[in-house]
Design a protein around this ligand. Structure first.
Ligand code: NDP
Length: 324
């Protein structure tokens, strides 16, 4: 089978498509023939070596995949069953989805929800799953559509664009923040009502005019600090990303004077029950138009080139990798 393999030489990451003997797959109780994987920001960091994601080499990257069970020692999964996987350190410390097959723990797999197939599941992928976890965080905080507008930062990326589509479908008024004018039509087609330039989210005062009932932030840094200063009294920000930096130059003011909540969102170790709920909701809530407009499909051989594009902020929406 073919696989994208990462090696490290002289401190540099080298990525190449090579033949891999299926017998060399790591330990695990279920072997899955991979139909589709996808490229997330974290995959781009791993493949280009721009971020310390991979913990040992050689590594097959790919933090998510969907396919059919080939062999199973786990009674919950049978041969031929459609499954998907996101997170759990796959593609970071355990060989991942950018290969013809993957061998993993049964505990990490999610049975394919009704209404999805491998392709749709990977158009959603880790990014879309994370977007849904962020939406669920806002719902848990009691932020309903009548509270006011919801801001989404890094809106034309994988997490951001799925968040825009989901919030719109659920009846929220969505305002997108994007650094690129070329993506405005796309964001409007997903349901963004207004689009603000990323440049408007530079450093500001600790408290600014209250503009947003809630926010989904994929960017971090100064952008997140600015968003926090503009959240309504009692509002909530679901923060999942660091595309703009991992620092957070804020003050305690939004928290102690406006009762603002900052809810962190992690998709990697999400407990199984929450995982199943998020996937059921994704299958139910995403409109069919989302799958038609949000993904660029590539083959394994183009994965390195597209990883560079993601790092250089030249990708739009989701990048789907057809493996099988
Ligand atoms: P993408 O690369 O698809 O999207 C990121 C978006 O952020 C870009 O499209 C761009 O949007 C914006 N952006 C890029 N560079 C900068 C910059 N320097 N400053 C401000 N904004 C920038 O990534 P994903 O959607 O896959 O992931 C988004 C973030 O969420 C990443 O940091 C990723 O690591 C994180 N993440 C976290 C997860 C978790 O479990 N917590 C899971 C999945 C992702 P635009 O051009 O519209 O401004």
């Amino acid at each position: 089978m073919q696989a994208l393999i990462l090696n490290q030489r002289d401190g540099q990451t080298h990525a190449a498509v090579e033949s891999l003997d299926p017998a060399s797959l790591p330990e695990g109780d279920v072997t899955v023939e991979v139909d589709y994987s996808s490229l997330n920001y974290k995959d781009a960091l791993a493949i280009t070596g721009k971020g310390k994601i991979v913990r040992q080499f050689p590594m097959v990257p790919g933090i998510d995949f969907a396919g059919r069970v080939q062999h199973s020692k786990d009674p919950r999964f049978h041969v031929g069953q459609s499954v998907l996987l996101t997170g759990w350190g796959v593609g970071e410390g355990h060989w991942g989805g950018l290969a013809g097959a993957a061998r993993v723990k049964g505990d990490w797999l999610v049975p394919m929800p009704e209404g999805l197939d491998s392709r749709k599941a990977m158009i959603i992928g880790t990014a879309g799953f994370t977007a849904m976890l962020c939406v669920m965080a806002l719902l848990d905080a009691g932020i309903t559509p009548d509270h006011g507008e919801i801001l989404v930062t890094g809106a034309s990326g994988g997490v951001g664009s799925t968040a825009v589509a989901l919030l719109h479908q659920l009846g929220y008024q969505v305002v997108a923040v994007s650094g690129r004018e070329t993506t405005h039509d796309y964001l409007r087609s997903l349901g963004a009502q207004r689009i603000l330039a990323r440049a408007e989210f530079g450093s500001g005062r600790p408290l600014e005019k209250q503009l947003w009932a809630g926010a989904i932030d994929t960017v971090g840094g100064e952008v997140l600090a600015k968003v926090l200063s503009q959240i309504h009294y009692g509002g909530c920000v679901a923060a999942c990303g660091l595309a703009g930096g991992f620092t957070l130059p804020t003050t305690v003011m939004p928290f102690i004077l406006r009762n603002v909540r900052l809810q962190g969102v992690d998709s990697v170790m999400t407990p199984p029950a929450r995982r199943y709920e998020a996937w059921q909701r994704l299958a139910r809530d995403l409109p069919s138009s989302f799958y038609a407009q949000s993904a660029t499909e590539i083959g394994l051989a183009q994965a390195v080139e597209y990883a560079e594009r993601i790092i250089n902020n030249q990708a739009r929406g989701r990048t789907l990798v057809k493996v099988g």
